[in-house]
Design a protein around this ligand. Structure first.
Ligand SMILES: [Zn+2]
Length: 399
C-alpha cells in the first residue's frame, strides 16, 4: 500500500509543520463517480472543507483558525513525479465573511491557477496569493458554498456523457475496451464503418490533471461528428477510435500523473503492464485484416500549445506531406491559440503512445499539447478547425 503509506507520511509532515488539527489517514475510496469519500471533512463551527466527490484529491487538511484551513497537496506516490499538483475540494462557509485556504505542496510547487464554481456551476479563476515563504498560496473564498479545483473538473462521468452525445450524433454505440485497476470501464466509440480500412486513433486523459487537453479533445470530436452529421455522409474509407478517458481511476482519485497501479500510462506503451493501455492494444490486435491505423493523436496539457511530431529523420515523405497539410501554416491561424510544432525523434523504449504507434505501425503519431492557461474558447476553436481539416489532410498519406 505504497499510496496509503505516502499519504500517512504526508500527514505526519503536515502535523509536524502545523502542530495541530490533522485527521487520520483517509479510507480507501469506493468505486464510481458519485461519492469517493477520500478524506474526512475538515470542519469548524463557521466553515468546512470536503473531499467527497470524483476528482477530489485526498489532501491532508489542517484547521488553523475558525475560518482558516491549510491543505497539504500530496502526490499519489513518492517522488519523483511529474509536477502537476492537482487539488480539488468543496467548501461551505457561513455568512461571517470569506475563509482562507492555504495550499502547501509536498514534492511540488503551485502550478495551476485555482478555479472556483459556486451556485451557477460556472468556473472562474481565483487569485492565489503566494505565502511569505513562497512555497504555497493562499486562497480567499467567499462565504457560501463552492467548489475549488486546479482546473475545471472533467471526470469519468463527463466523458461518458460526451460518448453518449457523440453516439447520438454519429449513430454509433459506445463500448467498453476494458477495465481500470479499480474496475472503472475504459470506454470508447468508433465513428465510421468498422471495415473502413484507414483508422485514426484519438486518445485522451492518460494524465489526470491535463484538463485543457481534454477540452481540446472534446471540441475536436464534436467538430468531427457534427461535420459528419451535417454532411449526412460517412467518412468513406476512414474510421475513428476515440478513447477520451484512458485513466479514469487517476482522474476520479485526483492523481497528479499515475493510474491506480502507480504507473505513468504514457510510459507503458510497448510494455503494456497496465490494464488501461493493454485494453487499447488488445482492441487493435483484434482489428480485421485490411483495417490499419494511419494516425494517432494523443491529447495532453503542458506549459504551452504545441505538437510533438516525428522528427525529419523518422517521418517518411508522405508523413511530412501530411504534417505540412494538417498543421504547418496553421500555427497562428486561430486568434488566441498560437502553437508550435516540435519534431522529436523517438527515444527508443520511452513507452509513450506517440513513439509506440509510430514504431508499431509506421504512422504519424502526435502528442497534442494544450497550455494549462490556454484561452478555453480559442482552444475549442483551434481543435474544431484541426478536426475539420483532418480528413482532407489525411489524403496526403495515401500516395
Ligand atoms: Zn501529459
Amino acid at each position: 500500500m505504497r499510496a496509503a503509506r505516502w499519504q500517512c507520511a504526508a500527514l505526519l509532515a503536515l502535523a509536524v509543520a502545523k502542530g495541530a488539527g490533522a485527521h487520520a489517514p483517509p479510507p480507501e475510496p469506493p468505486l464510481g463517480d458519485e461519492a469517493p469519500a477520500v478524506s474526512p471533512d475538515c470542519r469548524t463551527a463557521a466553515a468546512s472543507l470536503h473531499f467527497d466527490f470524483a476528482g477530489a484529491a485526498p489532501s491532508a487538511c489542517a484547521i488553523t483558525g475558525e475560518r482558516d484551513f491549510t491543505l497539504l497537496v500530496t502526490p499519489e506516490h513518492a517522488p519523483p513525479i511529474n509536477p502537476s499538483p492537482w487539488y480539488a475540494f468543496r467548501y461551505e462557509a457561513d455568512e461571517g465573511g470569506p475563509i482562507t485556504v492555504t495550499l502547501r505542496y509536498l514534492a511540488g510547487q503551485h502550478r495551476y491557477a485555482p478555479k472556483l464554481a459556486m451556485g451557477d456551476g460556472e468556473w472562474r479563476e481565483l487569485p492565489a496569493e503566494p505565502t511569505p515563504d513562497g512555497k504555497g498560496v493562499v486562497l480567499r473564498l467567499p462565504a457560501g458554498k463552492g467548489s475549488v479545483s486546479a482546473q475545471e473538473r472533467i471526470i469519468p462521468g463527463d466523458a461518458s456523457a460526451d460518448l453518449a452525445r457523440w453516439s447520438g450524433l454519429a449513430g454509433a454505440q459506445p463500448f467498453q475496451l476494458g477495465q481500470s485497476h479499480d474496475g472503472r470501464p475504459i470506454e470508447a466509440i468508433r465513428i465510421g464503418r468498422a471495415d473502413a480500412p484507414r483508422l485514426v486513433v484519438l486518445l485522451g486523459r492518460q494524465h489526470p490533471p491535463e484538463v485543457t487537453g481534454a477540452i481540446a479533445m472534446r471540441a475536436f470530436v464534436d467538430a468531427l461528428v457534427e461535420a459528419r452529421a451535417r454532411a449526412q455522409q460517412d467518412f468513406a474509407d476512414l474510421q475513428f477510435l476515440i478513447v477520451p478517458m484512458l485513466n479514469p481511476d487517476g482522474v476520479a482519485r485526483g492523481h497528479w500523473r499515475a493510474n491506480r497501479g502507480a504507473q505513468d500510462l504514457n510510459r507503458d506503451w510497448g510494455a503494456f503492464t497496465q490494464p488501461e493501455t493493454r485494453s487499447v492494444k488488445t482492441w487493435l490486435d483484434a482489428l480485421p485484416a485490411g483495417v490499419r491505423p494511419v494516425l494517432m493523436v494523443d491529447f495532453h496539457s503542458t506549459r504551452s500549445n504545441l505538437f510533438y511530431v516525428q522528427g525529419p529523420d523518422e517521418a517518411s515523405a508522405a508523413q511530412q506531406r501530411f504534417l505540412a497539410a494538417w498543421l504547418e501554416a496553421r500555427e497562428a491561424e486561430v486568434p488566441g491559440y498560437s502553437f508550435s510544432i516540435e519534431p522529436r525523434n523517438a527515444n527508443p523504449g520511452s513507452g509513450t503512445a506517440k513513439n509506440w504507434f509510430h514504431d508499431a505501425y509506421g504512422i504519424p503519431a502526435y502528442t497534442y499539447e494544450v497550455a494549462d492557461e490556454a484561452d478555453r474558447a480559442a482552444t475549442r476553436a483551434a481543435a474544431g478547425l484541426l478536426a475539420q481539416t483532418l480528413p482532407e489532410a489525411l489524403t496526403a498519406l495515401a500516395d
